[in-house]
Design a protein around this ligand. Sequence first.
Ligand SMILES: NC(=O)c1ccc[n+]([C@@H]2O[C@H](COP(=O)([O-])OP(=O)(O)OC[C@H]3O[C@@H](n4cnc5c(N)ncnc54)[C@H](OP(=O)(O)O)[C@@H]3O)[C@@H](O)[C@H]2O)c1
Length: 258
Amino acid sequence: MKLNLIQGRRVILTGASSGIGEALASRLLELEANVLVTARRESPLIKLKEKYPQQVHWVSGDITAPSTRQRLIETAQEHWGAIDLLVNNAGIGAMGPFAEASPDRLELLMKVNFIAPAELSRLAYPLLVKGEQPALMNIGSILGHRAVPWKSEYCASKFAIRGLTAALRSEWKSEGIDVLHLSPSTTDSQFFDQAIENTMQRNWKGNRAMAPKRVAEIALDAWVNRRRDVLLTPGGKALVWLDRIAPRIASWAVTRWG
Ligand SMILES: NC(=O)c1ccc[n+]([C@@H]2O[C@H](COP(=O)([O-])OP(=O)(O)OC[C@H]3O[C@@H](n4cnc5c(N)ncnc54)[C@H](OP(=O)(O)O)[C@@H]3O)[C@@H](O)[C@H]2O)c1
């Protein structure tokens, strides 16, 4: 691992107030990166600023608002003039049958999980181009590779961000921007408690969720080693592999256990 390369790098990180984003922020700061963190909840961002006053800048706000995204870019421009990494991590979920859900559920999930990271990436592009070995990292999901029932809008949003990531990987290659897609499996964060809707009673998290700290370690390792598409768990890899070689069996399995 070349984690020593992280010292002094300039990173914009969304969804830094809990879970994977909070773990990523902490690890990046321990490794002496400069990090511009954002989320709606201010107090976790302020705590990071208090602990690492020289390394942290923060902007609070809803990432679906163009004004929040603009403030992020202006803050990075003002302090650094360039960025080396943008991590699009902020995300939300919703669980329950698609046919019974409101159109608002679909719209909000697409806005947070797809439109916001897509538009922030576009805005960040001029700063990335000026960065040192720059990279874009989109936090997708294993459900952006293989969809499951009862999380239809979430799966759609994660398929969308994976598609965009693959296209940008080619488009931005000539500018030297690495484009990574990270696909966590179930992670032990606030994700399920914060879901905007859950119309089914079941234990979504299960008892084998990965610790956010572990996800953060893998993400940073992927960044410094310039990996492209990272699946984090044997179960996730098995599902994607099964879907490729035997899609009907994969469909049967997710319908039965998904
Ligand atoms: N947990 C899992 O099982 C799992 C599995 C695969 C992929 N993922 C992905 O991992 C990423 C991080 O999720 P997590 O598990 O760490 O969940 P989490 O603990 O709920 O964290 C989500 C983060 O996103 C931020 N966020 C949500 N909506 C926002 C909005 N409208 N504007 C600004 N920030 C917003 C939250 O901050 P505020 O609430 O303070 O705004 C929070 O910091 C997501 O993209 C998720 O889809 C999670």
